[in-house]
Design a protein around this ligand. Structure first.
Ligand SMILES: *Cc1c(COP(=O)(O)O)cnc(C)c1O
Length: 406
């Protein structure tokens, strides 16, 4: 299918005589889902059915053969030495902190502009989240704010221990700069790659960017299961052995031998079987998501800020998030909704403004970019099955909605 002509940057709905000049309909050709899991399912339903049937036949529902097989496939895909699958992306983060013994008195540096899981797990271990501001263009951790936050934590008598760079919306954080600061202060990195599995950074892939990296297979993530799931990645043999033990109640070498306090953090065999079928089409899906994002970035109207991907990185576009200032975001979202274009605000209320995180620390000067983004961000529909005609409609609707604001 070829692209329809792109609407001009300013798109009046009527000329001076009142005649309509826009060719755009005010309804999409068919409903636009924000994420389209049914389309993906339709593509691979026979393979999924067969994979599920195989597990039902062998009956090893917990730690069946598909679990190890899926872990090897993930390792081969991203180049990590060890992959430990687990129950979800939140437990993946928690297992990472558990493996490295994070404890009360420790400061863990994490963005406030993220999903709640990233700082939540820090509190499970009695450590203190120290919120770090983010960059306005990439939405990812700002290295200069990390420096300030480390100084703030030290001044409060905390021990700086760990940085959790979050790869927000699918783009890896600025690991080169973050690693430099982390090494200088003796910190290790726990890369929260819940949204970015499949993305690249220089010649490395997500899964190899943190000392320990984690991801989520929540259904709506770029690589999603039909239920909860997650994975942990590391090149360290020692961390990998610990993580495998912690994931299954701290087991030792023989059955019912326990050598540490762990948890039940295993991935179901059924989810591993399903995820292998999804992984088979994942590279193609990532390419399609990137094509949609490229078209949005080229064709969306002036007056909104499109997301930027740094030169050495690629994004898997878990979200395509635009910014619009001047208090116009909610009006833009309402107009788009009237035009049949669903949007989501990721994230309207940063975590440092929320009650459970009242005990967290903020760097000197606060989090001005985070506060601003919460007022300006709006995520557009993006997925691998968003057809050209729907993309055209969404781009036209944005042009019309932005024009209506001015
Ligand atoms: C989804 C997500 C998580 C948590 O993953 P679950 O599998 O839902 O537990 C953690 N961090 C970020 C940034 C996420 O987007």
């Amino acid at each position: 299918m070829t692209y329809a002509p792109v609407p001009s940057r300013s798109l009046p709905s009527a000329d001076a005589t009142g005649a309509t000049v826009t060719p755009l309909p005010s309804k999409p050709p068919r409903p636009i889902p924000f994420v389209d899991l049914p389309a993906q399912q339709a593509r691979i339903r026979p393979q999924i059915d067969a994979a599920i049937a195989k597990v039902l036949d062998h009956g090893r529902y917990v730690m069946g053969p598909e679990v190890a097989e899926f872990e090897s496939q993930l390792a081969a895909y991203c180049g990590a030495k060890h992959v430990i699958s687990c129950s979800n992306g939140t437990d993946a983060l928690a297992l990472g902190l558990m493996a490295r013994g994070v404890r009360p008195g420790d400061a863990v540096f994490v963005p406030s502009f993220t999903f709640a899981a990233s700082p939540e797990v820090v509190c499970w271990f009695g450590a203190t989240p120290v919120f770090v501001d983010v960059d306005l263009d990439t939405f990812n951790m700002a290295p200069d704010s990390l420096e300030t936050a480390i100084a703030t934590a030290k001044a409060q008598g905390l021990t700086p221990r760990c940085v959790i760079p979050v790869d927000l919306f699918g783009q890896p954080a600025d690991y080169a700069a973050i690693d430099r600061i982390a090494r200088a202060h003796g910190l290790w990195t726990l890369a929260d790659a819940a949204q970015s599995f499949g993305a690249g950074y220089g010649d490395r892939m997500v899964g190899t960017l943190g000392d320990i990296s984690t991801t989520s297979f929540y259904p709506a993530k770029p690589l999603g299961a039909y239920g909860d799931g997650g994975a942990i990645f590391t090149d360290s043999d020692e961390d990998a052995a610990l993580l495998r033990s912690l994931r299954d109640h701290g087991h030792g070498d023989t059955r019912y031998d326990y050598v540490r306090i762990g948890m039940n953090g295993r991935l179901d065999t059924l989810q591993a079987a399903i995820l292998m079928e999804k992984l088979a089409i994942f590279p193609d899906e990532v390419e399609r998501r990137q094509a949609v994002a490229a078209r949005y970035s080229a064709e969306l109207p002036a007056g909104i800020a499109v997301p930027k991907v740094v030169a050495s990185a690629s994004s898997v576009w878990a979200q395509y998030t635009i910014r619009i200032g001047g208090g116009r975001r909610d009006a833009l979202a309402a107009t788009l909704s009237d035009l049949g274009v669903p949007t989501v605000q990721y994230y309207p209320k940063p975590l440092h403004q929320q009650a459970p995180y009242a005990g967290a620390l903020l760097p000197e000067g606060g989090l001005p970019n985070t506060d601003r983004l919460a007022r300006e961000v709006l995520s557009l529909p993006i997925h691998a099955y968003l057809d050209d005609d729907l993309q055209t409609y969404i781009i036209g609707a944005l042009a019309r909605a932005v024009h209506a604001l001015s």
